[in-house]
Design a protein around this ligand. Structure first.
Ligand SMILES: [Fe+2]
Ligand SMILES: [Fe+2]
Length: 207
């Protein structure tokens, strides 16, 4: 008898807790979740394209007058167009830019110039590493957008990311075609750069 009374009391207590927590807990609705997803996507992509623009600027400062100069210039021009597009999408979607833009700017340039100083193969190895991570990152975003975004309303964003993903894959292949694998410490260098890029993505998605 006592046990069943205790049991009843426990059930009603847990019901009240559930009821109270349903009043206080905050579950974002699907529309809000999509808005947050797009906000994150545009923030990290603007930051990433800024870093890419600066990487190629750094490479050009060191290798601009060598035989790989025109190849780097071509990739740089595409990065400038990518950055311009995300600069346009930030106000369009009222997305919050990364507060660390000055850091991505400096880090990108240092990475580009630093690897270029090790030689053109190391600069190309940097390109291979960065572009591999960015290509994979854009593919992950496309998967999320296919699942959660409005395929009509967000068509421009989806098509933009598809196009940029293809450009980044081409940059990756250009790096390989320009002897990236002959860089000193190719494996270690590319692994370290990839790790840095993934960390950068993680941070820029959030702050
Ligand atoms: Fe890019
Ligand atoms: Fe690229």
């Amino acid at each position: 008898m006592i046990t069943s009374r205790l049991l009843l009391r426990e059930i009603s207590r847990s019901k009240s807790i559930r009821f109270l927590s349903s009043l206080t807990s905050f579950e974002p609705n699907p529309e809000q979740r999509t808005r947050e997803l797009i906000d994150k996507i545009i923030r990290v992509d603007q930051a990433g394209e800024l870093a890419a623009d600066r990487i190629y600027a750094g490479q050009m400062a060191v290798l601009g007058r060598t035989d790989v100069g025109p190849t780097i210039q071509h990739m740089w021009d595409e990065e400038k167009a990518h950055l311009a597009k995300f600069n346009e999408l930030i106000p369009k979607y009222k997305a919050r830019p990364s507060v660390l833009l000055p850091l991505w700017n400096v880090a990108g340039y240092a990475l580009g110039a630093g690897t270029a100083l090790l030689g053109k193969e190391a600069a190309m190895a940097c390109t291979v590493a960065v572009e591999a991570v960015i290509g994979e990152h854009y593919n992950n975003q496309l998967r999320d957008l296919m699942e959660h975004a409005d395929q009509t309303k967000d068509k421009d964003l989806i098509e933009t990311i598809k196009k940029f993903r293809d450009d980044e894959n081409q940059h990756h292949d250009t790096g390989l075609a320009n002897n990236a694998e002959q860089a000193p410490f190719y494996q270690g260098l590319t692994s370290a750069i990839k790790m840095g890029c993934r960390l950068g993505i993680y941070v820029a998605e959030r702050i």
